[in-house]
Design a protein around this ligand. Sequence first.
Ligand SMILES: NC(=O)c1ccc[n+]([C@@H]2O[C@H](COP(=O)([O-])OP(=O)(O)OC[C@H]3O[C@@H](n4cnc5c(N)ncnc54)[C@H](O)[C@@H]3O)[C@@H](O)[C@H]2O)c1
Ligand SMILES: O=c1ccn([C@@H]2O[C@H](COP(=O)(O)OP(=O)(O)O[C@H]3O[C@H](CO)[C@@H](O)[C@H](O)[C@H]3O)[C@@H](O)[C@H]2O)c(=O)[nH]1
Length: 327
Amino acid sequence: MPNILVTGGAGYIGSHACKALKAAGYTPVTFDNLSTGWEEAVKFGPFEKGDLQDRAKLDAVFAAYQPVAVMHFAALTQVGESLQLPGLYWRNNVLGSLNLIEAAVAAGCLKFVFSSTCAVYGDQDNVVLDEDSAQQPINAYSGSKKAVEEILRDFEASNGLQHVVFRYFNVAGADPEAEVGEFHQPETHLIPLILDAVDGRRDTLTIHGTDYDTPDGTCIRDYVHVMDLVEGHILGMEWLEEGKGSRAFNLGTGHGFSVREVIEHSQTVSNRPVPITEGPRRPGDCTKLVSGSLRAKVELGWTPQRSDLKTMVSDAWRWHQSGHYEI
Ligand SMILES: NC(=O)c1ccc[n+]([C@@H]2O[C@H](COP(=O)([O-])OP(=O)(O)OC[C@H]3O[C@@H](n4cnc5c(N)ncnc54)[C@H](O)[C@@H]3O)[C@@H](O)[C@H]2O)c1
Ligand SMILES: O=c1ccn([C@@H]2O[C@H](COP(=O)(O)OP(=O)(O)O[C@H]3O[C@H](CO)[C@@H](O)[C@H](O)[C@H]3O)[C@@H](O)[C@H]2O)c(=O)[nH]1
């Protein structure tokens, strides 16, 4: 089975990608420093503990496993933290990615799949966000992702690095078999926080801002199921294997849900009330992020199967109740 180097394979999305890669006939080799990930989540292939900034370790891993491609999920991902600590984000996400890209090119591994974000488009109200939309990041996190996209383009020009960039909208849900799921410490993502409030792990869910220019005053996001998202990555790998060249794809459903709508669905799925508190806006948040593109569907043949809100919350709830890595 061909090896794929999966950076961030101990994290939320990377661990689901490893499961999908194994099912598709690849061996996922996880490279992760466990800064926000969990060794218990590495279940589907070998684990190499290491930091993206350790070039010698990266070179050794490329030499040992001879991966045919890289899937690069490893990053720091909290918008709020990136506003407080921009240097940390630029160093970890940009210098770390540059190191990885240089190591891949040096090893002759010229197929690269990168986790970017719809947040690279910034706060563009009433604009359809397609892959050609202007990129106007409003925080260091999304700025770091835009920078890595640019680095990839430069290494394509210089070394022929073929890359697929996926700009995710809000990733949600969990493996329906609950082998892996979402667990961040601290958690900042809406759905797991709602479920924590539902089952008493926290007192309340604070709604970050109720005065946005949206129908119910709360932010709107486009939620996509993590299993659908990682299936998109398998299609992205096949795209590169078929020599179709570098391309950027949004991965979202095109349907937006407000924070209050997500809370309502969570009450229905869990059949329990969600205790809420209305709080101020969270710095760095955009009002509305919804994908306006069918490119992944049309060109990759990506057909999301589980990305309706009820299924996403149900799968997250099942995982939530099955026990976490850290117990
Ligand atoms: N979760 C979302 O909704 C979302 C949306 C858009 C984009 N993304 C992107 O998807 C990717 C995965 O996100 P996630 O939600 O799974 O995050 P996560 O924190 O669960 O996983 C990230 C993993 O990367 C590892 N890591 C971080 N820095 C590293 C370094 N320097 N060296 C080695 N390993 C390192 C962490 O230990 C962790 O296991 C990230 O690149 C993120 O920016 C996520
Ligand atoms: O306790 C909470 C947590 C979140 N929210 C709101 O819920 C929405 C979604 O927030 P969250 O789940 O934290 O996701 P985002 O901040 O939208 O960011 C995610 O989605 C982005 C793409 O949209 C990615 O780039 C990021 O990595 C990923 O964390 C936002 O409006 C938040 O203000 C609350 O109201 N209360």
